[in-house]
Design a protein around this ligand. Structure first.
Ligand code: ATP
Length: 252
């Protein structure tokens, strides 16, 4: 379903993502973990088609993102780490605007779908309010509604739980499990070991742009040669390899 082949991104000589090769099966929740500056967001932005790779290929649903960008984007939902929304629109207007981008604005079931999503993410009451008045968590939930509008087969999510309160986080975890059970593939980065343990079927750990371990929680335990929590395993696998190339963000 998702295949990354020798995926590489270089920023002015810095290899932020360094020849990543990954295959993610259908209908699983794949967790992408790594320390700060490891290359998670860069990988995710390339998969979502918002950043061009320096080298390598991204195959989603059997299509190459470089040669069929629109077709790939039709089957992908992207939830970035920071909610990008238009503050001067109401929540409802924003969702209709996104529906228009996917040519769904005349779909007969659109109103019903929007109502269902607003209800699910507990935004019904706020749908006529300007997004500028929303809290961070509400904006994040609205972006999730927008990403699900076109019924994507693949969801690419950067740090889904950031800014959500415990109830919102619970909702998202349960929703992701439901979506995966319907065959939707979810690729998500997270810093939260607890989230990764609880919801991810498989995990890859990236450090300094390279995948250093991959497997189920149990598989990672074996690779690390330690028992215990995922946090313990993560620290063991990444210890002593502090990111040599980490540096502050600058433009590419
Ligand atoms: P975090 O967990 O802190 O969000 P991350 O794993 O998502 O980190 P990235 O944001 O992908 O890491 O950054 C990977 C590396 O690339 C870092 O060293 C970062 O400083 C660098 N980097 C990211 N974006 C740019 C950019 N636009 N220009 C130059 N360097 C960049």
């Amino acid at each position: 379903m998702i295949k990354l082949i020798d995926l590489t991104k270089t920023y002015k000589g810095l290899r932020a993502v360094d020849r990543i090769n990954l295959e993610v099966k259908d209908g699983i929740i794949f967790g992408f973990l790594g320390p700060n500056g490891a290359g998670k967001t860069t990988t995710i932005k390339m998969m979502a088609g918002v950043l061009a790779p320096t080298e390598g290929r991204i195959i989603i649903n059997g299509m190459d993102l470089a040669s069929e960008p629109v077709a790939v984007k039709r089957c992908v939902g992207f939830i970035p780490d920071r909610p990008f929304v238009y503050e001067k629109l109401t929540g409802l207007e924003f969702l209709y605007f996104i529906a228009g981008l996917y040519s769904l604005d005349h779909a007969p079931s659109l109103r019903e779908k929007i109502s269902w999503l607003l209800e699910l993410f507990e935004l019904t009451h706020w749908q006529e309010e300007l997004i500028g008045s929303y809290s961070h968590g509400m904006k994040q939930r609205l972006v999730m509604c927008a990403a699900l509008l076109h019924q994507p087969r693949v969801l690419i999510v950067d740090e889904p739980m950031v800014g959500l309160d415990p109830k919102g986080a619970r909702l998202v975890k349960d929703l992701f499990r439901d979506l995966a059970s319907e065959g939707i593939t979810i690729f998500m980065s997270t810093h939260s070991m607890e989230v990764a343990e609880e919801v991810c079927d498989e995990i890859a750990i990236i450090q300094a742009g390279k995948i250093i371990a991959r497997g189920t929680g149990e598989g990672l335990r074996r690779q690390a040669g330690v028992d215990g929590s995922l946090e313990h395993i993560f620290l063991k696998l990444t210890e002593g390899k502090r990111i040599a190339h980490e540096r502050p963000l600058s433009s590419n």
